[in-house]
Design a protein around this ligand. Sequence first.
Ligand SMILES: [Zn+2]
Ligand SMILES: [Zn+2]
Length: 484
Amino acid sequence: MKLFKGRVWTTRGEYKAFVVGDERIRWIGMNPPFEEGSFFEIVDWGDSYIFPGFVDSHAHFTATGVDSLALDLKFVKSKDELLGLVREAVLKRDRGEWIWGIGWDESSFQDKAIPSRADLDDVAPNNPVMLLRIDHHSCLVNSKAVEILELDENVEGVSYGWLRAEANEIARAKFWEMIPDEVIEEGIRRATELAISKGITLVNALEGGEWFSNRALNKLLEMKESLPIEIVIFPQFTDVDKVLEYGFKRIGGCVTIDGSFGSRTAALLEPYADDPSNMGRLYFTEEALFAFFSKAHNANLQLAVHAIGDRAIELTLKCYDKLLKAFPRDNHRHRIEHFELPPPGGIEKALELGLIISVQPFFEILWGGPLGMYASRLGERWRKTNPLKTMTKMGLILAGGSDSDVTPMDPLLGIRAAMTLPNEDERLDFDEAIRLYTYNGAYAVFMEKERGDIKEGTWADFVVVSPDLKEVKATYIKGERVFP
Ligand SMILES: [Zn+2]
Ligand SMILES: [Zn+2]
């Protein structure tokens, strides 16, 4: 048995010590009722916090890992610097090997010039090159990539090597089909290491789907049991039969009912403040959404869908309402992901239906407040986005996540964000913020009996955090230290 001491957070208040044996918590309290000699190890973390292992309830896990292997172009300040990085990468690779980068942004280039296909051919004549822009909505390619991806020379942008919109989507999907297995495996290992270094021991991985390559989903499924952290996959399909064939118990994730505020595609009840002719888009009709919900629900699956704008949330709630009236089921734990701008009465409805809300508090730090992107898109409605305190006080269960790699897979970032939201009225207190990434996260995937808390019988997964909530000092899984 091992004895751990520190400021131990639990859903029942703070304790001072706990005992681990056979991978689980055996005892928790203030003063251990055992002789010190009965432990083969005593670890005193002093005034550091010890939390249950963190949960990231919404991460695009394999993409996070695979993207982390790309050339990082976020800090590039000119076209020449960009070309220099590609030239350097060519030297480190074999002829014909892919060179792949993410994050360039010409608005921060001194000359604003975008390198052409010919420029890339000069520095990389024999390696295919694909460089994604920071928003992932366009990419640069050279001639070798055009050849290998079999892109049509007549498609807009191909001759200059700058692919946008649909051409970009097609190129990316083809590229994902070509990533070698080892690269996907390496990406999954990298994402796992990253998660552990941030104290995550349970992650909801939103993977694959009708619009993506499913190679990464399949690879994750194959590797999952050999990885130290617990991975719960949300397959992002609307094809219920396919999900049942795989044997999943849940369906959805970022299955989009609408788009996002940033691209003005989130569906609103009132027009965008900076585009009065636009109310965003719904990607489902009521009939189609209800048909999807009822088929999945009646196959006993847990549902999760992405709804951001008030009009999309209203439609989603309406379909859940109809569903649960037609086919009542206790303890379904169906979810809505994001739920950023609830419509009038929407919080009450979600509570009445027993839905779980999956939130990403760090979005507010990036885009909230009177001067943020939400305010320019929504005007005064920025005050109503992500009402974490209102929802918590009313009794909704909020599960916290990152939407990685939209924001980093880092629960402490999310916890601090929830406590410092730009809208002061909606800030959570310490205890509520911790719950988002522990107990509520476990509850959101039916795992609260074994995870998300430190009590007798739970797995001994826990994370040691500095008193200022800024640093993960150690991560333990089943009682063993796995980080650092
Ligand atoms: Zn989403
Ligand atoms: Zn997402």
